[in-house]
Design a protein around this ligand. Structure first.
Ligand code: NAD
Length: 431
């Protein structure tokens, strides 16, 4: 095999930092820091992550002779606020820039919600659908070992994100526990309940988003009982958000996953779609709705549009044509800088990602607290505390937006950055 052939077979990103997501996160941060007149030294400290580690490691496939080399990442953006916290993503587009953007957003999110964490994120550049369960288990355990000195209950606490779930967290927890010689449930959040997971964690991101939608609806005058919603993404966040909206009487007229979108003017039956998904593994072929593209889905006329799939979905190409009153962001980074300006001019009310999807990390915080205290809360307590924290953060963001006459994203960033900057100033520079 020639050198050229070898390069063809390996996916080597041209430049690890060269990512549109990291550029978006940095530009959002720079824009907000300019508005608030952020100290230049602090700005420069926050523009790049404090720690980032890349590892290439082997994953033995089920066919014993096959070993695949994969790339894994863990990024800790800010260590000032306490341990760092952030999910682990298994996706074929993962690179250092993407993980760094997600880590930076975690910092602002935790600060905005007044949680005692800095931001982190991790990932492995694979398509998890192409790995068997046993391959995923081996890959997860090896990933954990590669980063075992970086993570820890008082250092950096991973959680699920796209492509990972409670089972992956259980494998990480087990691998870490084998290393330290005792069971350490507090090393990850989003675990199965029987291993110390928190009641309500799995649905917390969707639930938190819907708590905010209720507040925003009151603010802009939408009657949820007569409202319609469109949701992009039918995974953890999108599926749960759809359920809670349906419970409030909202008509879900559009949903989508990676395969296609579904539209029904009279409303979609979520449980029938679940049955179809269970049998077919895809939304394609579902009978009681029209099949539409993801682009068509985003431009449907509705009260609430909730992007709950992936980044870079609302851009200058489609923002002028969105027909929603509220954009409720469950996904991280779904909206570009240019689209933000267009939505602001058009009067679309935005629940920005660092607020919109913060229910997940908030209940992850509850899980960590319960693990460290070895005391489990009831679901009622979890939901009541989640509701309280979400509503308070919404009010803080709205007040800042009205006071400074800025959009909700800028207001949320200003709130988060100001808190981190204050902590940095108080701690000072070592030595
Ligand atoms: P998931 O893997 O459970 O679901 C993702 C969904 O998006 C799937 O239905 C998938 O089919 C769909 N999808 C993928 N590509 C798509 C495309 N091109 N067009 C339309 N749909 C597509 O992931 P998740 O945990 O629900 O995460 C979704 C988003 O929410 C991510 O941006 C993630 O970072 C963010 N988020 C998740 C959590 C959490 O607790 N899970 C917390 C905060 C933020």
């Amino acid at each position: 095999m020639t050198t050229e052939n070898v390069q063809d077979e390996l996916t080597i990103p041209e430049a690890e930092w060269n990512s549109s997501m990291f550029n978006l996160a940095q530009q959002q941060f720079l824009g907000a820091s300019k508005l608030m007149g952020l100290d230049e030294n602090i700005r420069n400290r926050l523009l790049f992550p404090q720690r980032a580690q890349i590892a290439s490691f082997p994953c033995r496939k089920d066919k014993y002779s096959e070993v695949e080399t994969v790339f894994g990442y863990r990024v800790q953006h800010v260590l000032t606020m306490g341990p760092t916290k952030g999910g682990i993503r298994y996706h074929e587009d993962v690179n250092l820039g993407e993980v760094s953007a997600l880590a930076m957003w975690m910092t602002w999110k935790c600060a905005l919600m007044h949680l005692p964490f800095g931001g982190a994120k991790g990932g492995v550049r694979i398509n998890p659908a192409e790995f068997s369960r046993s391959e995923l288990q081996r890959l997860t355990r090896r990933y954990t070992m590669e980063f075992v000195n970086m993570i820890g209950p008082d250092k950096d606490i991973p959680a699920p994100d796209m492509g990972t779930n409670a089972q992956v967290m259980a494998w990480i927890m087990d691998t870490y526990s084998q290393q330290v010689g005792y069971t350490a449930p507090e090393i990850v959040t989003g675990k199965p309940i029987v291993l110390g997971g928190c009641k309500g964690r799995e649905e917390a991101t969707g639930r938190g988003l819907v708590y905010l939608i209720q507040e925003a609806a009151l603010h802009i005058g939408i009657d949820l009982k007569n409202a319609t919603a469109v949701i992009q993404g039918f995974g953890n966040v999108g599926r749960n958000a759809a359920t809670f909206l349906e419970q409030l009487g909202v008509k879900i007229i559009g949903i989508s996953d990676v395969s296609c979108g579904l539209y029904s003017e009279k409303g979609l039956a979520l449980s029938a779609i679940d049955d179809h998904l269970q049998k077919n593994g895809t939304l394609v072929g579902y009978k009681d709705a029209s099949q539409i593209s993801n682009n068509e889905l985003l431009e449907l006329e509705c009260d609430i549009l909730a992007p709950c799939a992936l980044q870079n979905q609302i851009t200058d190409q489609n923002a002028p044509y969105l027909k929603c009153k509220m954009l409720a962001e469950g996904a991280n980074g779904p909206t570009s800088l240019e689209a933000d300006k267009i939505l602001w001019d058009r009067g679309v009310f935005v629940l920005p990602d660092i607020l919109g999807n913060a229910g997940g990390v908030t209940v992850s915080y509850f899980e960590w607290v319960q693990n460290t205290q070895e005391f489990a809360w009831t679901l009622e307590v979890v939901n009541e505390r989640l509701h309280h924290i979400m509503v308070e953060a919404f009010q803080r963001t709205l007040m800042r937006s009205q006071r400074d006459n800025v959009d909700m994203r800028t207001a949320a960033l200003l709130e988060g950055i100001a808190r981190v900057a204050e902590a940095k100033l108080l701690r000072g520079v070592f030595p």
